[in-house]
Write a protein that binds this ligand. Structure first.
Ligand code: GLC
Ligand code: CA
Length: 541
């Protein structure tokens, strides 16, 4: 059945590439655009509709490119503008669009604007950033940076502090300045004219802020700014926009992703990702996962946005640990449990995202603190050591939550360094690449890769995945995650054993008559009334 008037991004799966760790073409140990070009056939085989490219703009790489010093050029470590044009064209030939990562909350302190802004208070660029007078001893207020320490940095030459929500090398841009906003919109249009298919908006909820009143995000100015940006730069046919919003609740998400198109195409929110964190504390301060609560969160979003917004579906990105290590089993049931997580998520409504290596079931790595490169980890280690935390506590925190878990090089093959580079990789390669790698998985129909490929295909084929209602089942069950989708034409049933013990399946009667589309196991078990460890079933009626 053909679907009319459904935007492509409601039926496509978006694949995130973290360029630094994807594929290195020239042996300097850092992935690059020519490297990505050599892997487009692989991505086409997987079936994805777009690549979300983490930032490749010029950057001193203080936060791996999330500190941009020139929004309209490519950093030489990643390649050139010509490489980017080639990537757009070659991906386009394979039906893949390129989504750029726009970091508009802050720039690098090495951006021309900031260098100018620092020269004097009456420099035309001064007001592109957020400054407050002071004495160099006491910052304007108590606000803390997301990466540790104060959010204010003293500039003695000016007798002023500048505001930075992330590292000192990431000064916040002053969105209250209309000139700055217009300049950013011009830049976005310049990229769209070049053939870019969409944009991911980094920390979009932080664009509206009021630091004098302690407000870092979601100030009343936020949605007016997003709407203005949308009018100025996003109203092009087929363009997709996704807003990263850690703070979004369902009501806020309805604004960001209003079906009238006045803001963004979809929201990328993290409520399910906060499930193992002590509320109000940092991500490192963990609590065991409350599984019933996790299900409730998904249900709230699935029902809440139905017909009123559009969500992203994800378990992983470059800021999160590997899902199979965090939510499932990266040991003996790695393959089954990685597939279970995939089936569970890809059966829902929204646009699914696959983070590089997730489609192989890549795992966390047992980092020593010295092996880490991420600024967030390094700052945490410094702070927690100073606060007297034990080395074991710190190492455990990194192992479970550190962002570098997602950033170890992509595991392509059994060649040295997993085939990622012929040189010295910028970050340690997970030694398990000998068992977990793309080369091994592409040709097999029992691989995690094959499961993702099937799910991506099903999303294009089955309208119920895009449009169906969502009905949670067995909501209080402490081991099973089950739900039903229904679009009036078809019914879909997803039943997942989220844990490592076999369990009776209370839905066996209901499953009769359904066609098994996909399972996390390759062959049926002896007793269909039992769900094996991490067994997932997707059935169509
Ligand atoms: C976003 C990015 C993260 C970055 C931060 C600051 O959360 O995903 O990687 O460190 O913004 O730009
Ligand atoms: Ca390189």
């Amino acid at each position: 059945m053909k679907q009319m008037n459904i935007p492509w991004w409601k039926q496509a799966v978006i694949y995130q590439v973290y360029p630094r760790s994807f594929c290195d073409s020239n042996g300097d140990g850092i992935g690059d655009l020519p490297g990505i070009l050599t892997k487009l056939d692989y991505l086409q085989e997987l079936g994805i509709g777009a690549i979300w490219l983490s930032p490749v703009f010029c950057s001193p790489q203080d936060d791996n490119g999330y500190d941009i010093s020139d929004y309209q050029d490519i950093d030489p470590i990643f390649g050139t503008l010509e490489d980017m044009d080639r990537l757009i064209a070659e991906a386009g030939k394979r039906g893949i669009r390129i989504i750029l990562d726009l970091v508009l909350n802050h720039s690098s302190d090495e951006h021309r604007w900031f260098i100018e802004a620092k020269k004097s208070r009456d420099n035309p660029y001064h007001d592109y950033y957020i400054w407050r007078d002071g004495d160099g001893v006491t910052p304007p207020n108590e606000l803390k940076s997301g990466f540790g320490g104060a959010a204010w940095e003293w500039v003695p030459e000016l007798g002023q502090y500048y505001f930075h929500q992330f590292s000192v090398k990431q000064p916040d841009l002053n969105w209250d300045n209309p000139k700055l906003r217009a300049e950013l919109y011009r830049m976005i249009n310049w990229w769209a004219d070049r053939g870019i298919g969409g944009f991911r908006l980094d920390v979009v909820d932080h664009l509206g802020k009021d630091p004098d009143h302690g407000i870092m995000k979601c100030a009343p100015t936020l949605h007016p700014y997003v709407r203005e940006m949308s009018r100025a730069a996003f109203q092009r046919p087929g363009l997709v926009t996704v807003g990263e919003a850690w703070s979004a609740d369902v009501e806020g998400a309805k604004l960001y992703s209003n079906p009238d198109g006045s803001e963004l195409s979809m929201v990328f929110q993290f409520e399910h990702m906060k499930i193992d964190q002590i509320p109000g504390k940092e991500k490192w301060d963990m609590v065991p996962i409350d599984f019933v609560e996790l299900k409730k969160i998904f249900t709230r979003w699935q029902k809440g946005l139905y017909g009123q917004g559009w969500n992203s579906l994800f378990w992983e990105n470059h800021d999160l640990p590997r899902s199979v290590s965090r939510f499932a089993d990266d040991g003996i049931y790695r393959i089954e449990s990685a597939k279970m997580l995939a089936i569970l998520l890809h059966g829902m409504q929204g646009t699914p995202y696959v983070y590089q290596g997730e489609e192989l079931g890549m795992t966390n790595y047992d980092f020593r603190a010295e092996e880490c490169r991420d600024i967030e980890i390094l700052n945490m280690v410094r702070e927690r050591r100073a606060q007297g935390y034990s080395e074991e506590w710190i190492r455990d925190a990194i192992r479970r939550k550190g962002r570098d878990n997602a950033r170890t090089p992509m595991q392509w093959s059994t060649a040295p360094n997993a085939g990622f580079t012929t040189g010295e990789p910028w970050l340690v390669v997970n030694p398990n690449y000998r068992e977990i790698n793309a080369e091994d998985q592409i040709g097999r129909d029992d691989s995690v890769f094959a499961c993702y490929r099937t799910l991506i295909r099903l999303r294009k084929e089955l309208p119920v995945l895009t449009n169906g209602t969502y009905e949670p089942l067995l909501e209080e069950n402490r081991q099973l995650f089950a739900y039903r989708r229904d679009d009036g034409e078809h019914r879909l049933l997803v039943v997942c054993n989220f844990f490592g013990e076999a369990v009776p399946d209370p839905l066996t009667e209901e499953e009769k008559g359904g066609r098994l589309l996909l399972s996390s196991y390759n062959a049926p078990g002896d007793d269909p009334a039992i769900l094996r460890p991490y067994e997932a079933r997707m059935l169509l009626f």
